[in-house]
Design a protein around this ligand. Structure first.
Ligand code: GUN
Length: 304
């Protein structure tokens, strides 16, 4: 039987660590970390996510600052809210929930968030830093994927990793993090020829295609580690909503370890958001900028 990687348990451990860091910051005379969450419009799923994020702030001891704006908010008005939060010393993390209404240029808005407060890791400066192995703030889901992998793998050097999906939010950043960990990385996508053969060679499979049941048992090498990032919502026979992953969980029991859906990657994303916020608050208050000041960023791997 493959080990079932318990994302909830790992997320709880990370939350405890973040909470302890907040307590330590306060004991050191630093300010309590503050996370600003901006929500524009009435998207139902976004409201649920934002509520969860705010609840998580309470659990860790992070102050949450909510900015709920109507769906007809102009882009300039939204940019003005972000400028105000960028300048506010009590705000250390800023998150603008996407999707934004169609009249707003999402890229422009995300790029207006200070890179040092960009706890989603979506700003081009942070994306560039990650892709050159030079630090910056790492997006939450990819960070969660790496922490789950670290919970079952001691040594990543030279492992064959296959990433299914090349999205900006998961596939590409996960591939960069695996490269930083010295894996040999293959990024695959919808046009990849013979995906099963590529997967069969992999020591690590990160499935982020959003295609329920894509990864079959016969695609998986004995002893591989599988992280299922796929979350597809479907209606079950009982009329209740069900979440489906990209991996046929029951077929991959010859793997070393696999994440379930739900209860795998999902719980890690918000825990990583809070961890990023606490880290950004420390860096900003200690004068160590994470992203915008090139000289202060760690050079992890660019010339090695
Ligand atoms: N919408 C769905 N997931 C996310 C996320 O991780 N960050 C933001 N800003 N919006 C989202």
């Amino acid at each position: 039987m493959a080990e079932r990687i318990d994302g909830r348990a790992v997320a709880n451990l990370l939350d405890e660590k973040s909470k302890a860091q907040v307590d330590e910051m306060l004991a050191d005379g630093l300010h309590r970390p503050g996370l600003a969450v901006i929500l524009v419009g009435d998207d139902g799923a976004s409201h649920v996510y934002v509520r969860r994020k705010i609840k998580a702030c309470e659990k860790i001891g992070v102050t949450s600052i909510e900015r709920r704006l109507p769906a007809d908010t102009t882009q300039d008005a939204l940019l003005a809210v972000i400028a105000e939060l960028n300048a506010d010393p009590a705000v250390h993390g800023i998150l603008c929930q996407v999707p934004l209404p169609p009249h707003i240029d999402t890229r422009r808005v995300l790029a207006s968030i200070s890179p040092d407060k960009d706890v989603d890791g979506f700003h081009p400066v942070n994306v560039g830093r990650l892709s050159t192995g030079t630090g910056g703030i790492v997006p939450c889901t990819p960070l969660g994927v790496m922490i789950l992998l670290q919970s079952v793998i001691d040594d990543f050097v030279g492992l064959d990793a296959v990433v299914i999906g090349k999205s900006n939010i998961v596939g590409r950043p996960v591939a960069n993090l695996l490269l930083d960990a010295e894996c040999t990385v293959t990024v695959t996508h919808i046009y990849t020829a013979d995906l099963p053969a590529i997967c069969r060679k992999a020591d690590i499979i990160v499935a982020a295609a959003g295609a329920p049941g894509l990864v079959k048992g016969e695609w998986v090498k004995e002893g591989a580690v599988i992280i299922d990032v796929g979350i597809t919502r479907v209606m079950g026979d009982d009329g209740k909503e069900k979440l489906l992953g990209d991996v046929c969980f029951d077929e991959v029991q010859h793997a070393k370890a696999v994440t379930p859906v739900p209860g795998g990657v999902g719980p890690m994303t918000i825990a990583c958001l809070l961890a990023n916020t606490v880290q950004a608050a420390k860096n900003l208050q200690n004068g160590q900028l994470t992203a915008s000041d090139y000289d202060d960023a760690p050079d992890r791997s660019m010339f090695t």
